[in-house]
Ligand binder design. Structure first.
Ligand SMILES: [Zn+2]
Length: 476
C-alpha cells in the first residue's frame, strides 16, 4: 500500500510541475511563430509576368511583406516590397514585369523565392525558399534528357528531336575531349519551331534577325529550327552550346575568371560545329583570304568582330581555322590547360605562353606558316616550330574555292540582297550583343542585362541562304 501511495503522489507532483511549466512560462516556439503563413502561390504568363501571392496573419498588425527571389545558380538576390494592406491578416502580392527587357528570364529558368513578414511587435517570419520552374507553356513540349542536358522541342516529331539530342551530346563529348571543358550544371536547350516563335520567346529587345542565343548565366540555349532546316539547326545548336559550356568552364562566379579573346571563344564554337573542316559558309571566304594574304591578325580578332558582313564571316572562319590548327598542333591537353588558365584569370599572352609556349603574335605566325604565308611584319616567329598536321591543313589551305560558294559570295544580285540586310543587322549587334558577351559581371546583377550571346554572323548567313532557298528573308 505504501508503495502505491508513493507512486500516486509522485505522479501528481510530476503533473503539477508539468502544468506550471506549460502555464507559467511562455512557449518558446510561440514567439517565432507569431506570424503564420496561411497560403502562398505563384502564377506565370510567359514573357509577360510572374505574380507571387501570399496570405499571412499575426496577433499584431503585419507592417512589412517583402518578396525575395534569385535565379538558381546565381548569387544576386532581388528584394521587393509587395502590395498589401497592413493588418493582422494580409494578402500580399508582387509581380515581376517580364516585358521590361531588364527583367527578362529565358525559358527553363528556376527562380528560388521566399517571403519575409514583419509585424508591429517586431516579430519576423522568413518563409522556407520555394523553387518556381519558369516554362514557356504556350507550346506542347517533348523532352529528351540525361544527366548533362535536357532538349525540348515541339515540332518535327520524334526523329527530329532525337537527331538534335544526339548531336548535342556529341558536342559535349567533343568539348570535353578536346578542351577539357565539362559542364558543371546540366544545360537546357529549347528548340522553337521557327524564328518567329523564337523571337516571341525572347526579350522585347532581341533583334529580329536573331536565330539563336546562349544565356550563359542560366545554362540555357534557345534556337528556332524549322524541321526543313535541320542541317543548319544542328550546327547552330552546337555553336551556341559550345559558348555556354566554354563560359561555364571559364567564368568564375566568385570573380577571377577571364573573358576569352573573341577568336578563341568563337573559334571553339565554329570548330565544334564540324571538327573535320570549316562550314561551307566560312570556307570560301577563308580560303580566298589565305590566297590573297589578307587574313586578320589575332590581336584584331581579340576584340568584337567587324560589323561588315563579309569581314565578320571571315572572322568566324579564320577563328575556327586557328582553333583547329591549335587543337591539331598542340593537342587537347594544351587546349584544356589554356582554358584552365583563363578560368583562373589571366592575360591573353600569359595564358597562351603558359599553355602552348607562344604569345599571341607568335601563334599568329605559326598559324600563318602552316598556310605558307609570310610572318607578320615586325613580329618574330615562335621559338618552337609548329608541328603542323600537314595533310589536314593542306585540305583547308589548298582546296579550290567551290564554284557554288563563289556565286553566293560574289554574284552581284545575291550579294546586294544579303549584304544590305546583314549590314544593318550587324551594326545593331555591335551595340547590343558585344557588351553582354564581354561582361560576365552581368551575372551578378539581379535586374541587369542578360549575358545573351546571339551568334549572328554565322546564323545570319545561314538564314539568308535558307531564306533564298525557301523564299523568305531573315530581315525584313
Ligand atoms: Zn558564336
Amino acid at each position: 500500500m505504501m508503495y502505491m501511495f508513493q507512486q500516486k503522489w509522485f505522479a501528481i507532483v510530476i503533473f503539477f510541475i508539468f502544468a506550471v511549466t506549460v502555464a507559467g512560462f511562455p512557449h518558446p516556439i510561440e514567439a517565432q511563430d507569431a506570424i503564420q503563413l496561411i497560403d502562398q502561390s505563384w502564377e506565370s504568363d510567359f514573357n509577360q509576368s510572374v505574380t507571387f501571392s501570399a496570405e499571412a496573419s499575426s496577433s499584431a498588425e503585419i507592417t512589412e511583406a517583402d518578396l525575395f527571389y534569385r535565379v538558381v545558380g546565381q548569387l544576386a538576390t532581388s528584394r521587393n516590397d509587395s502590395d498589401f494592406t497592413p493588418g493582422t491578416t494580409v494578402n500580399a502580392s508582387y509581380t515581376i514585369d517580364l516585358t521590361d527587357p531588364g527583367n527578362y528570364q529565358p525559358p527553363g529558368t528556376e527562380l528560388e523565392y521566399w517571403w519575409k513578414f514583419v509585424d508591429a511587435d517586431g516579430n519576423e517570419l522568413k518563409t522556407e525558399p520555394e523553387v518556381l520552374f519558369y516554362e514557356d507553356d504556350r507550346h506542347d513540349w517533348q523532352y529528351l534528357e540525361n544527366d548533362r542536358l535536357t532538349l525540348a522541342w515541339y515540332t518535327g516529331g520524334d526523329s527530329f528531336g532525337k537527331t538534335l539530342f544526339e548531336r548535342a551530346n556529341e558536342a559535349l563529348d567533343t568539348l570535353e575531349a578536346d578542351f577539357g571543358a565539362s559542364i558543371e550544371n546540366p544545360i537546357k536547350i529549347f528548340i522553337y519551331g521557327d524564328q518567329e516563335a523564337l523571337l516571341d520567346a525572347m526579350s522585347a529587345g532581341a533583334q529580329e534577325w536573331t536565330g539563336g542565343a546562349a544565356y550563359t548565366d542560366y545554362g540555357v540555349v534557345v534556337i528556332g529550327i524549322r524541321p526543313v532546316q535541320l542541317e543548319w539547326g544542328l550546327n547552330a545548336m552546337t555553336h551556341e552550346m559550345s559558348h555556354l559550356v566554354i563560359h561555364q568552364a571559364t567564368d568564375n562566379p566568385f570573380g577571377g575568371g577571364s573573358t576569352l579573346p573573341r577568336w578563341l571563344d568563337e573559334g571553339i564554337a565554329v570548330y565544334n560545329e564540324n571538327r573535320d573542316e570549316l562550314d561551307d559558309n566560312f570556307k570560301a571566304l577563308f580560303e580566298r583570304a589565305v590566297a590573297n594574304d589578307n587574313l586578320m591578325t589575332l590581336r584584331t580578332l581579340s576584340s568584337p568582330f567587324p560589323s561588315d558582313t563579309i569581314q565578320a564571316n571571315l572572322a568566324y572562319g579564320q577563328s575556327g581555322a586557328v582553333v583547329k590548327f591549335m587543337a591539331d598542333t598542340y593537342g587537347s591537353d594544351a587546349m584544356a590547360e589554356l582554358l584552365a588558365i583563363f578560368a583562373e584569370g589571366a592575360l591573353y599572352d600569359e595564358a597562351l605562353e603558359q599553355s602552348i609556349g607562344l604569345n599571341m603574335d607568335q601563334l599568329d605566325n605559326a598559324f600563318r606558316e602552316s598556310l605558307d604565308l609570310p610572318p607578320l611584319p615586325g613580329i618574330e616567329s615562335g621559338s618552337e616550330p609548329a608541328e603542323v598536321d600537314e595533310v589536314e591543313e593542306a585540305t583547308i589551305a589548298e582546296e579550290p574555292v567551290s564554284a557554288e560558294m563563289d556565286e553566293n559570295v560574289t554574284e552581284p544580285a545575291d550579294e546586294a540582297e544579303v549584304d544590305a540586310a546583314e549590314a544593318e543587322a550587324a551594326e545593331e549587334v555591335e551595340e547590343d550583343v558585344a557588351p553582354a558577351a564581354e561582361e560576365p559581371a552581368a551575372a551578378a546583377e539581379s535586374s541587369g542585362p542578360l549575358s545573351a550571346l546571339p551568334c549572328f554572323a554565322g546564323l545570319l548567313t545561314a538564314l539568308a541562304l535558307v531564306g533564298t532557298l525557301f523564299g523568305w528573308r531573315a530581315v525584313q
